[in-house]
Design a protein around this ligand. Structure first.
Ligand code: C2E
Ligand code: CA
Ligand code: CA
Ligand code: CA
Length: 277
């Protein structure tokens, strides 16, 4: 259907119109997927940088559209944001993530699930209540779930501070995602109840090839530790990168070297072998 529609638009011979049409069609397909509960989550292990023992998993949203196939979150989340669908997406993600947090406990894994939030999630004032409610309904401790927020959200999220304080009140950990890519202000780290910094993949990638990046990473880890924060390095793909991060005393790592994001069933298999080491 989308192909036909696209051809129909070609009479205008205007690439921008076509793009606009594609975006609109994708938003409608996403709306349908949300209605039908067709979004899912993949879970990527976050492990101790020295022992490689699993400490938590990050929940990453997945959408497989019948026509488009796998659509990366980097593509559909900005559209969802624009179309006002983000509250629905986030509620879906929270339901699935909290369900998995419960499942992990029932399987005997004391492992937290961390969930990504975007700036528009903090516009309405109900999110912290919805989070608290989901904990109660599933009889979960606050330590079973963590929240990942980006630096830009710290700067632009209207109710950000209010939300963070409520989340801390619950006893839930906050992680600063994509650290170093945004408006890196170290000042807020001091004021906010953040437990962990996640160094963005872009830094991990260049760690072993670019001396300046290595300096930035080393001093970020040092600074975080002085502030009493843990550090996760994202996107670790090679043993060289891991060795370098160990030298710099990075606490936790996440990346294809350890595991790709996995469907829940595969995660459970992965965890059962990882724990046996
Ligand atoms: P992020 O939070 O920085 O998540 C890490 C991204 O890096 C994920 O991409 C993950 O699959 C990918 N990744 C992990 N290890 C490696 C590696 O070793 N090498 C490479 N090349 N990539 C690696 P993904 O799943 O495509 O998600 C992209 C972004 O979409 C996320 O970046 C996050 O900002 C956003 N996102 C994903 N799920 C959600 C969600 O449920 N809610 C919200 N608000 N945002 C989400
Ligand atoms: Ca993240
Ligand atoms: Ca990142
Ligand atoms: Ca890399």
């Amino acid at each position: 259907r989308a192909k036909k529609a696209r051809t129909g638009f070609e009479v205008y011979d205007d690439a921008q119109d076509r793009d606009a049409w594609d975006r609109l069609a994708m938003v409608e397909a996403l709306r349908l997927a949300l209605d039908r509960g067709q979004l899912s989550l993949a879970f990527q292990p976050i492990v101790d940088a020295r022992t490689r023992r699993p400490r938590s998993v990050e929940a990453l949203v997945r959408w497989i559209d019948p026509e488009r196939g796998f659509v990366p979150p980097d593509v559909f989340l900005p559209l969802a944001e624009h179309a006002g669908l983000m509250p629905l997406v986030t509620r879906n993600v929270l339901d699935l993530a909290f369900d998995e947090a419960r499942e992990l406990r029932q399987l005997g894994h004391e492992i937290a699930v961390s969930v990504n939030l975007s700036a528009s999630d903090l516009i309405d004032g109900r999110l912290e209540h919805e989070i608290a409610q989901r904990l109660i309904v599933r009889d979960l401790p606050a330590s079973a779930v963590k929240i990942e927020i980006t630096e830009s959200l710290l700067v632009h999220g209207g109710r950000a501070t209010e939300f963070f304080l409520a989340v801390r009140e619950l006893g839930m950990e906050l992680l600063v995602d994509d650290f170093g890519t945004g408006y890196s202000s170290l000042a807020y780290l001091h004021d906010l109840p953040v437990s962990t910094l996640k160094i963005d993949r872009a830094f991990t990638n260049r760690l072993t090839t670019d001396p300046r990046t290595a300096i930035i990473v080393a001093s970020t880890i040092d600074m975080a530790h002085r502030l009493g924060l843990n550090v996760v390095a994202e996107g670790v793909e090679t043993e060289d990168e891991l060795a370098r991060l160990q030298t710099e005393n990075c606490d936790l790592i996440q990346g294809y070297l350890i595991s790709r994001p996995l469907p829940a069933a595969d995660l459970h298999t992965w965890l059962s072998t990882a724990a046996e080491e």
